[in-house]
Design a protein around this ligand. Structure first.
Ligand SMILES: [Zn+2]
Length: 876
C-alpha cells in the first residue's frame, strides 16, 4: 500500500472517529457499466449518459467534485462543467477563482502578493472535449479520467490533485454528438463494421461535426455567435485557467497529435506558453511511448487563427493545446494499412493524453501560475498606445457597438470616450471607443485588432517553394481576421494613449437607441446599416408600412443616406409612436421623427423612387450539395440575428417544387447544384425567376448562376491566368532553355487559380444600385478558395460590389501574387434582371461564420430590397 493510500485510509478512520456523516466518507466511484449500461469503449456514450455518469461520480464523492451548467444548446441540451479536486480545494473553489483572477490583474496584485497566492493556489487545468460532434472518443475518455480523479484511493491521482483543480467540459457540442450517434446507430448492422464504405461510418449531410446551427464551434471563439461558445467563453473568463486542452479527432489513418504545433504560429502568443507546450508534449510523448502508442507533433495543426479552442485561451495567458486522435468514426474502423482500430483504442489515446496533461500541470504548478501572472504583467508593461475605433466615422455605428461588446467578451477593457479627443493626429468624437494597450490582455487586443498579423517569412518562403513544385500551401485556416475590418469600423493603432475620460464598456452587443425628439406628424426615418436592418425586420413583423428611399435626400435641412427606411403614419396603427420607441430600443437603430415629407433635394418620399418594402417569404436550399457551414450561417443570420423565418428546402425538392409562394430563394455555397437539380430543375428555378423571383447565389453557388446552360448571369468563372502563351504548341515537341521556362511549362494549364486560405480584401460598392443602397461605400470581403469571376458588361447587369485594384485589394492576410493580380477589380456581388425577376450572385461566402458584420446589410438588401425590384408578387 502506498503512503498516500494509507493516508487516505487513516483520514477515513479519523473522520469516522470524529463522528462525520458516513455519506461524506470516501466512496468508490461507480463503474461506467453500473450507471449507463456499458463499459468504456464498448459503445459511444450518449450526451445525456455522459452527464448522468458525471452526476453519479459527484454523488459518490461530493467533496471531490462540483458541477454546473454554463449554457443550453439550440436543441435544449444542457452544457455542463465538472470541477474535480482534493476535498480541501473543492471546499475553497471561490477563493481559488479569486486568486487566479487576482493573478490576472497585476495592477491590483503586487509581485509579493502574487508570490503568496502562487504558493497557496492549485493550477486550474481545463479539459474540454468533443467540440466537433462526430469526434467521439474525447468525451468517453473524460468519463474514465474523471473516475480516476475522484477515486480517493488512487494515490497517483490524489497526488496530482494536491496541485491542480481539473475542470472537465466533457461534451462541448452535444447536439452534434447526438446527430452523429443517431446516424451511426441507425446504420449499424448485427456487428460493427469497420469498412469505410459501411453506411454506419458514412455520415449523411450535414454530419455531426457542427452544432445545431451548423457552425464550426472551433472557429467561433472570438465571434461567439453560438450559445456553446458564448457560455464556454464566459466560464473561462470566470475561472481563468492556466492550462486549456481542446480534445478532437482526425482522420482514421492518423495516429495522435499533440503540440508543439506546426507552423505558422501566431506571433502574439506569449513565448513562455510555447515553452510550456513543449514541456507538456514531452511528458505526453513519454506516456505514449510507455503505452506503445504512436503520435506526431509539429505537423498539420497550426496555431495562427485565434478563433480556435486552443487559440483564444492563449490570449488569456493559458497554455492551450489541441489534441487529436485518429477516429474510428464508429466502434470499429479499418485503416488503409489494413489495421483495425477500435473505439476503445481511441478512448485510450485521449485518456492517456488527459492524464499526462494533469500530471504535467501538477508537476509544473508553480511555474504555470508564475508564467500566468507574468503574462498579464507583460501585457501591462509591454503596452504602449491604444487602438481607437471610430464609431462616429463608421458607416454603421451599430457595428462599432457590437465590436466593442465582443472585445469585452474576449476579456478586454474597452472605454467609450466621454468627449471629443485627438489621437494619431486625428479628431475623434464622444462615443468613439478606445482600447488601451497597457492592459493585462494586450496580446488579445493586438491579435484581434491588428490590421495584419504577419506570417513568419521563413514559413512563407517554404510555401512559395511548395507552390512552385505544384503542391498546395500548408495554411490551415484564415490568414486575415482583423475585427475592425470584419466589422467595417475605422480603426487606428496610435502610439500614444489618448487622454480623455472614458466609461467602461459592458458585454452588450446592441446599444439601445432612443428616438430623437421632434414632431413625427408624417412618420419616422430610420438610418440603414445592421441596426436599421434589425429595425426593418421587426417593423415588417409588426406589419408597419415601410418604404425605402434608395438615393440620398435632404429633408428639414438634414441629409439622409440612400437606403434610409421610412415608416409613414398613414397606414400605421394608432400606437405607432410606442412601436417605434420599442423597435429603436431593441434594434439600436437611429430613428428621426419626420414632421413632413417635403424633401429639399433628392427623390421625394412619396415618389415611386421610394420603394415599398414588403415582407418577403424566403426559401433556401438545404442539404446536399450545400456546404453545411454556409447553409447554417445564412439561416442563422436571417432567423437568429434578424428574426426572419426561412423555409429550408431539401435541394432535390427544388427541382420540381412550386416556388410561386416565395419571393426569395437563396442557394448557399456548395458543390454541384446542376447534378442535384438536373437540367429540368435548373429550368424550374429559371422559370420562377422569370416570373418575378429573386434568386440569390452565395459563394460557389455562383457557379450555377454563371453556367451558360443555366442562362441566368452572363459572367463566367475564370481559370488561372497561364504563365505561358505557347501551351498549344506542346504536342509538337518543345525546347526548354531556362528554369523559368521549365516552371512555366510544368505549371498551370488553365485549371482553377490557386486557392486562397482566406484573406480580407478591399471592395468598392456601387451605392446607386438598389443592392448597394445604405451599404458602406467600401467594404472588407473575406476571399477564400479559387473561384474568380469575370465582371459583367454594362448591358449584362451590374457589378454592385467589386474588388479594389491590384495595389489596394489586399486588406489583411496572405495573398499569393498571382491571385492578387487576378482578383483585382473582379466582382463580389453581381445583379441582373432576368425576366421579371432578379438574380444576385455573391462570389464569396458573405455570411461566413456570421462574422462579416460589414457585409450583412449587403446580404440583407438582396433579401429585403430585392423583391421591390422585380415585377413579381411582393410578399406579405
Ligand atoms: Zn475537431
Amino acid at each position: 500500500m502506498s503512503s498516500r493510500r494509507r493516508a487516505a485510509c487513516s483520514l477515513l478512520a479519523l473522520s469516522l472517529a470524529l463522528g462525520a456523516a458516513p455519506a461524506l466518507a470516501q466512496q468508490n466511484p461507480p463503474e461506467l457499466q453500473a450507471v449507463v449500461g456499458h463499459d468504456s469503449g464498448e459503445r459511444i456514450t450518449r450526451s445525456a449518459d455522459v452527464r448522468r455518469y458525471f452526476e453519479a461520480l459527484r454523488t459518490a464523492n461530493p467533496d471531490r467534485m462540483v458541477m454546473g451548467d454554463y449554457a443550453q444548446t439550440w436543441e435544449g441540451r444542457p452544457l455542463f462543467w465538472a470541477a474535480v479536486g482534493s476535498p480541501r480545494n473543492i471546499a475553497r473553489l471561490d477563493a481559488i477563482k479569486a486568486a487566479t483572477n487576482a493573478l490576472a490583474d497585476p495592477r491590483k496584485t503586487s509581485p509579493e502578493q502574487a508570490r503568496a497566492l502562487i504558493n497557496d493556489t492549485p493550477a486550474i487545468v481545463w479539459m474540454a472535449y468533443s467540440v466537433h460532434g462526430n469526434e467521439i472518443s474525447p468525451a468517453d475518455a473524460a468519463l474514465i479520467a474523471a473516475r480516476r480523479l475522484t477515486d480517493g484511493l488512487d494515490a497517483e491521482a490524489q497526488g496530482w490533485l494536491e496541485n491542480v483543480v481539473v475542470v472537465f467540459v466533457p461534451t462541448q457540442n452535444p447536439d452534434g454528438r447526438e446527430r452523429f450517434i443517431n446516424s451511426f446507430e441507425a446504420g449499424l448492422g448485427a456487428q460493427p463494421n469497420g469498412d469505410p464504405l459501411s453506411a454506419e461510418r458514412a455520415e449523411p449531410w450535414p454530419s455531426g461535426r457542427y452544432n445545431h446551427n451548423l457552425f464550426d464551434l472551433n472557429r467561433d471563439w472570438f465571434i461567439q455567435s453560438q450559445p456553446e461558445t458564448q457560455g464556454h467563453s464566459a466560464l473561462i473568463r470566470e475561472w481563468r485557467p492556466q492550462v486549456v486542452v481542446d480534445s478532437h479527432e482526425m482522420g482514421t489513418d492518423s495516429s495522435f497529435f499533440f503540440p508543439p504545433e506546426a507552423q505558422p504560429l501566431n506571433p502574439w502568443i506569449y513565448p513562455p506558453i510555447l515553452d510550456a507546450r513543449e514541456r507538456f508534449g514531452r511528458n505526453t510523448a513519454g506516456r505514449f511511448d510507455q503505452a506503445g502508442l504512436d503520435y506526431f507533433t509539429r505537423e498539420t495543426f497550426d496555431a495562427f487563427y485565434p478563433g480556435y479552442g486552443d487559440g483564444w485561451p492563449a490570449y488569456f495567458g493559458a497554455v492551450s493545446m489541441t489534441y487529436e486522435q485518429g477516429s474510428s468514426r464508429g466502434l470499429l474502423a479499418r485503416r488503409s494499412s489494413g489495421e483495425m482500430l477500435t473505439y476503445a483504442d481511441t478512448v485510450k489515446g485521449h485518456l492517456t493524453a488527459t492524464l499526462s496533461t494533469i500530471e504535467t500541470a501538477a508537476r509544473d504548478r508553480e511555474k504555470l501560475l508564475s508564467d500566468f501572472y507574468a503574462f498579464h504583467r507583460d501585457g501591462i508593461s509591454g503596452g504602449r498606445g491604444a487602438y481607437v475605433l471610430s464609431r462616429s466615422a463608421a458607416a454603421d455605428p451599430a457595428a462599432a457597438d457590437k465590436l466593442a461588446g465582443l472585445l469585452v467578451r474576449s476579456g478586454l477593457e474597452v472605454g467609450r470616450a466621454a468627449a471629443s479627443f485627438s489621437a494619431c493626429g486625428q479628431t475623434y468624437q464622444a462615443g468613439d471607443y478606445i482600447v488601451n494597450l497597457a492592459q493585462p490582455q494586450r496580446r488579445m487586443a493586438e491579435t484581434l485588432l491588428a490590421k495584419d498579423v504577419p506570417l513568419d517569412p521563413k514559413f512563407l518562403a517554404e510555401q512559395e517553394a511548395r507552390r512552385a513544385r505544384g503542391l498546395g500551401d500548408e495554411i490551415y485556416d484564415l490568414t486575415g481576421w482583423s475585427l475592425p475590418l470584419l466589422f467595417n469600423v475605422p480603426s487606428q493603432r496610435c502610439t500614444g494613449a489618448p487622454s480623455v475620460q472614458t466609461a467602461a464598456v459592458g458585454p452588450e452587443l446592441i446599444r439601445p437607441a432612443a428616438v430623437a425628439s421632434g414632431d413625427a406628424t408624417y412618420g419616422y426615418a430610420i438610418h440603414p446599416g445592421t441596426a436599421g436592418m434589425r429595425f426593418l425586420t421587426a417593423a415588417l413583423t409588426d406589419k408597419l408600412p415601410v418604404r425605402s428611399v434608395e438615393e440620398p435626400f435632404t429633408l428639414d435641412g438634414r441629409a439622409y443616406p440612400g437606403g434610409t427606411f421610412i415608416v409613414t403614419r398613414a397606414g400605421s396603427p394608432d400606437d405607432l409612436d410606442e412601436h417605434i420607441r420599442r423597435l429603436a430600443a431593441g434594434s439600436g437603430a437611429q430613428v428621426t421623427p419626420l414632421a413632413t415629407s417635403w424633401v429639399s433635394s433628392g427623390p421625394s418620399i412619396g415618389s415611386n423612387k421610394a420603394t415599398i418594402i414588403a415582407a418577403p417569404r424566403v426559401a433556401m436550399a438545404w442539404d446536399d450539395p450545400t456546404e453545411p457551414e454556409s447553409a447554417g450561417s445564412i439561416r442563422h443570420v436571417l432567423e437568429r440575428e434578424y428574426g426572419w423565418p426561412v423555409t429550408a428546402v431539401r435541394t432535390r425538392r427544388l427541382a420540381n417544387a412550386d416556388l410561386s409562394r416565395y419571393q426569395v430563394l437563396i442557394l448557399p455555397s456548395g458543390g454541384n447544384y446542376e447534378q442535384i437539380l438536373g437540367e429540368s430543375g435548373v429550368a424550374n428555378l429559371r422559370a420562377w425567376v422569370q416570373a418575378g423571383g429573386v434568386l440569390i447565389g452565395v459563394g460557389s453557388a455562383s457557379r450555377l448562376l454563371t453556367d451558360p446552360d443555366s442562362k441566368m448571369l452572363e459572367s463566367r468563372r475564370e481559370s488561372a491566368v497561364s504563365g505561358d502563351g505557347d501551351k498549344d504548341k506542346k504536342d509538337g515537341g518543345s525546347e526548354i532553355a531556362t528554369d523559368a521556362e521549365y516552371l512555366a511549362l510544368t505549371g498551370h494549364h488553365g485549371g482553377a487559380p490557386d486557392p486562397v486560405a482566406g484573406v480580407l480584401a478591399s471592395a468598392v460598392v456601387d451605392n446607386e444600385h438598389w443592392l448597394g443602397a445604405g451599404v458602406a461605400p467600401t467594404l472588407s470581403v473575406m476571399v477564400r478558395g479559387s473561384d474568380i469571376y469575370a465582371p459583367l458588361a454594362r448591358d449584362q447587369g451590374t457589378n454592385v460590389v467589386r474588388l479594389a485594384g491590384p495595389d489596394q485589394v489586399l486588406a489583411s492576410g496572405q495573398l499569393w501574387a498571382e491571385n492578387r493580380r487576378q482578383l483585382a477589380y473582379k466582382p463580389v456581388a453581381m445583379a441582373s434582371e432576368v425576366g421579371r425577376g432578379q438574380v444576385v450572385a455573391f462570389t464569396q461566402d458573405v455570411t461566413m461564420r456570421a462574422f462579416l458584420e460589414g457585409l450583412k446589410p449587403l446580404f440583407l438588401n438582396a433579401v429585403f430590397r430585392g423583391p421591390a425590384h422585380t415585377s413579381g408578387t411582393k410578399g406579405d
